[in-house]
Each structure stands twice: as structure tokens, then as C-alpha cells.
Ligand binder design. Structure first.
Ligand code: PSU
Ligand code: MN
Length: 306
């Protein structure tokens, strides 16, 4: 029997075995989503905030060809500092393992590795989704199809408004992914509370979200539950400013012929510049709200007897 290349930290393994709350965290946010050196500070804060609630953080990434569930502080710092580190979705994992590469794992790869280690709750900023113009480019994140086959609960602030949000929700429906609005009837637009599309169902407490997860498992369904958590009203970008800045960034991308995987970094950087860094602060606030305030509570509710 060949042994798995995946390493699960002792802390995570023990917590899973004892049924204590564990929350998985991705690392593409750290390697590709946030600017250095802020990236490491945000990642370390997320872990500390989880620990303060009594939950165990399981940050996931690939170090020297070894997928790790529960990165050590030194490993996380290494990924955060490395400018050559790769962005690894599911299709990239075999190559990274075979070559001994380092990488940040996307929502798709993180969800898969988390579930395999027995972790049922995962917090991130925003999911990947359907890009604008995907009807001709076919550019749709592997996050969507991965979530259709991984029974995990993922807390996110919806998807970034640079994507085609209505099309993303249509695809999630097709892929049998359960989408819940947390204390909202509208799917969140990441930087703003409302992307203008209704959610299929709403929950108002962590216990209600946990009950949906238990029902999914009792039904033998294997798809993810997405818990869409809007940013606090006082922390969102001004709605009119958001629309103007987004439109300008999309126009600039079209004018310059920016396509494919360069699109997201280009748009995010334009929005960051146009808002004088405020879109970055919103991003950090979103993450804090998803990780410590909500994912920890749902993990706690799932760990407690129903
Ligand atoms: N959304 C963000 N920031 C990010 C990502 C998504 O606001 O850094 C990352 C996540 O790791 C997500 C990935 O899983 O990008 C999706 O990339 P792609 O569209 O290439 O699948
Ligand atoms: Mn893509």
C-alpha cells in the first residue's frame, strides 16, 4: 500500500479525532490574494482569532511537494514570503507533488484536502466563480465543480463582484451546491452587502446552518454547503463608488486586452488603486468576519450534540 503524500498536523488530527471544532483556511489568499507583507499578518490574525474562540485552525498549503493540513507558523511564513510560489487548484496538485513544489491552495484544492482530513468547516474570503464573458472563454473557476463533490461547509462573502454573479449562482444550482444567506435574503457582492441576486435559502443562526449540514449528511448528499456572509453595513464600500470603480476597471481590462488568469489580479489592483486602498481593507474585514465571527461558531455548533 502506498502511503499518502498528505501530512495532517498532530494538533488537527487530535482535534478531529476528539470531535473538537476545526476550521480549514486556504493559502492562495496568502500567496496570491493579498499583498506582502500584509498577507502573513492577515493569515496569522485569522489563526489567532480562531484559537481565541477555542477552535483549531487548519491552514492548508503545499510545502516542498507535500500537501499539509495544519501548516506550522514557519511553513506559513515561508509560503507568504516566497514570490515564486505557485497557485494550486486540484488539477495542479499532482504536478506540485511530483515536482516537490510549494504552493498556495485554492478553495477547490483546500476543500478537498480539508475534507479528506475530516475537517467539515472552511472559511475564505470569496469563492472563485464564472468570469464575465465565460460563454465564449469558458473561464469558470474549478472551485465550483470541486464544491459539487466535497461535503464541506464553506463560509464566504459570496464571490467578488468582478465575476458574473448571477451566472455563478446558476452554476452552483446546476452543481447541486446548497447556498445559504446568513441573515440576508440577497447574495453578497463581497465588497458590498448585496449583489442584486436573491439567495435560495436563508439562515439566521450558526445552529440553523449546522442543522442544514446535518440534514445534507443524513440524506447522503456529497456537495458543499456555501454559507454566504455579507460584510457589515458600516464596513462595505460605498455602493455608488463600488459600481464606478468596478466599471472603470472592467473597461481598462477590455481596452488593454487583459484576459485569462491575469484578469483577477489586474482588476483587484485597479480597484485597490482607485479606492486608495479601501478595497483591500474591505477584503481584510470580510475575512475577519467570515473566519472568527461565523465559521468558528458553525464549527462549534457542529461539534456540539444537536
Ligand atoms: N477570490 C478572491 N481572492 C482570491 C481568490 C478568490 O477574492 O485570492 C482565490 C481563491 O483561492 C480561489 C481562487 O479559490 O482564487 C480561484 O481562482 P480561479 O478563478 O483561477 O479558479
Ligand atoms: Mn480561471
Amino acid at each position: 500500500m502506498s502511503s499518502s503524500p498528505v501530512r495532517v498536523s498532530e494538533e488537527v488530527r487530535d482535534a478531529v479525532a476528539e470531535g473538537r471544532p476545526v476550521v480549514a483556511l486556504e493559502s492562495t489568499i496568502v500567496t496570491h490574494g493579498l499583498p506582502r507583507p500584509r498577507n502573513l499578518a492577515v493569515a496569522a490574525d485569522a489563526e489567532a482569532a480562531l484559537r481565541a474562540t477555542g477552535a483549531v485552525p487548519a491552514t492548508i498549503g503545499v510545502v516542498d511537494g507535500r500537501p499539509v493540513v495544519g501548516l506550522g507558523a514557519d511553513e506559513l511564513a515561508r509560503l507568504a514570503a516566497d514570490t515564486d510560489v505557485e497557485k494550486l487548484s486540484v488539477r495542479d496538485l499532482p504536478v506540485a507533488v511530483a515536482r516537490g513544489a510549494c504552493g498556495g491552495t485554492t478553495v477547490a484544492a483546500t476543500a478537498l484536502l480539508a475534507r479528506r482530513a475530516g475537517v467539515g468547516v472552511f472559511a475564505t474570503c470569496g469563492l472563485g466563480g464564472v468570469h464575465r464573458g465565460a460563454s465564449t472563454t469558458f473561464d469558470e473557476s474549478a472551485d465550483l465543480v470541486a464544491l459539487s463533490g466535497v461535503p464541506i461547509l464553506v463560509v464566504s462573502a459570496g464571490v467578488k463582484s468582478i465575476l458574473d454573479v448571477p451566472a455563478t449562482l446558476e452554476r452552483l444550482e446546476t452543481l447541486n451546491v446548497t447556498v445559504l444567506g446568513y441573515r440576508t435574503d440577497s447574495f453578497p457582492g463581497f465588497y458590498v452587502r448585496d449583489a442584486g441576486v436573491p439567495v435560495p435559502a436563508r439562515v439566521d443562526t450558526p445552529e440553523e446552518a449546522a442543522a442544514v449540514v446535518r440534514a445534507r449528511d443524513a440524506l447522503g448528499l456529497r456537495a458543499a454547503v456555501v454559507l454566504a456572509n455579507p460584510i457589515a453595513a458600516e464596513e462595505q464600500l460605498d455602493v455608488a463608488e463600488h459600481r464606478a470603480v468596478l466599471d472603470a476597471a472592467l473597461t481598462a481590462a477590455a481596452d488593454r486586452g487583459v484576459v485569462g488568469h491575469d484578469t483577477t489580479p489586474f482588476l483587484l489592483e485597479r480597484m485597490r488603486d482607485a479606492t486608495e486602498g479601501r478595497s483591500l481593507e474591505v477584503n481584510v474585514a470580510v475575512y475577519r468576519g467570515n473566519v472568527a465571527a461565523l465559521a468558528a461558531a458553525v464549527a462549534g455548533a457542529l461539534a456540539a450534540p444537536p
